[in-house]
Ligand binder design. Structure first.
Ligand code: NAD
Length: 292
């Protein structure tokens, strides 16, 4: 069983760390928020205010943090303290450039490293059914895949350093664009006198079928578990979708890739988040689109 230091015990990190404890690993957890550490202490983790003191004895360090700057801050401190051959895993959703910079820090210190962002949300994190999109060398993937399997159901090796993040932002660009498409279709249907259920019954079994429609349906009724049935409490918050779309557009600019619908989706979700959408589910974009 591995000796793991887990940094970032928020909505996602806390249940992920708890699943590592359940799998029998020895997990030391840290978060900059005292409240997050108090909550995670109930899950059987050893909590520390001073994570740097635990890096030398760690087999694995896992980060689950809000952005690339936070990840690079932790990796810069941890990498020189870990023993050569230890493994660093970042499961945060961050920009590809920061992810590749983090891998470089690990390589300089003789460590294995993986970027392993996730899909599946807080429900998947709690249930241990996340999908991991993994970037890194074959050797690093071999070293990390059993650990990831303790937190997820599907572990996909996407290629070298940063390719897990690349897969994550491409996937979420599809989701953001398709949520707008589904929302516009319901809004148009309403204007044409079509009931939500009738449009759902047709589109969910026709060529309009997609995850945004059949799992995160933005109107109340057709999919009882969707956020539309609980006043758009998240779920997947609008500002996180805005963040992922911003990352996709930064990457598109860097790689000179044309993503005009991704650019439009980024603009719509940024305006939605800044105009009342923050803290609500991203499916609430349907009401924003009705008015704008
Ligand atoms: P969160 O805000 O709930 O948790 C992040 C935690 O990191 C917070 O507790 C914060 O205090 C802590 N933190 C920030 N900087 C730190 C530092 N330097 N040292 C120690 N702790 C620090 O966010 P979350 O929902 O858990 O998301 C984490 C990551 O997972 C993000 O990158 C997010 O985009 C991604 N993600 C989230 C979801 C989701 O549904 N929430 C789904 C997939 C991916």
């Amino acid at each position: 069983m591995a000796n793991i230091v887990f940094i970032g015990l928020g909505n996602m990190g806390r249940p992920m760390a708890a699943n590592l404890v359940k799998a029998g690993h020895c997990v030391t957890g840290h978060d900059q928020s005292a409240g997050a550490m108090d909550a995670a202490a109930q899950d059987g983790l050893t909590i520390t205010d001073a994570p740097d003191a635990h890096f030398a004895a760690a087999d694995v360090v896992i980060t689950m943090l809000p952005n690339g700057a936070a990840v690079l801050d932790v990796w810069t401190r941890a990498a020189p303290l870990l023993r050569p051959g230890a493994l660093m895993i970042d499961s945060s959703t961050v920009d590809v450039a920061s992810s590749r910079a983090a891998h470089a820090l690990a390589a300089q210190a003789g460590l294995f490293s993986l970027d392993a962002p996730v899909s599946g949300g807080t429900e998947g994190a709690s249930a241990g059914t996340l999908t991991f999109m993994v970037g890194g060398s074959e050797a690093a993937f071999a070293a990390g895949k059993d650990l990831l399997a303790a937190m997820g159901r599907r572990i996909v090796h996407c290629g070298g350093a940063g390719n897990g993040e690349a897969a994550k932002i491409c996937n979420n660009m599809i989701l953001g664009i398709s949520m707008i498409a589904v929302s516009e279709a319901f809004n148009l249907g309403e204007a044409l006198g079509l009931s939500h259920q009738a449009l759902y019954d047709v589109a969910s079994t026709s060529s309009g079928q997609c995850y945004a429609l059949t799992t995160h349906c933005p109107v109340p009724g057709p999919v009882p578990t969707s956020a539309a049935n609980r006043g758009y409490t998240p779920g997947f918050a609008a500002e996180l979708m805005a963040k992922d779309l911003r990352l996709s557009q930064e990457a598109a600019r860097t790689a000179s890739a044309a993503t005009p619908l991704g650019a439009a989706a980024q603009e719509i979700f940024a305006r939605f988040a800044d105009n009342g959408g923050r803290g609500t589910d991203y499916a609430g974009v349907i009401a924003f689109l009705r008015q704008n």
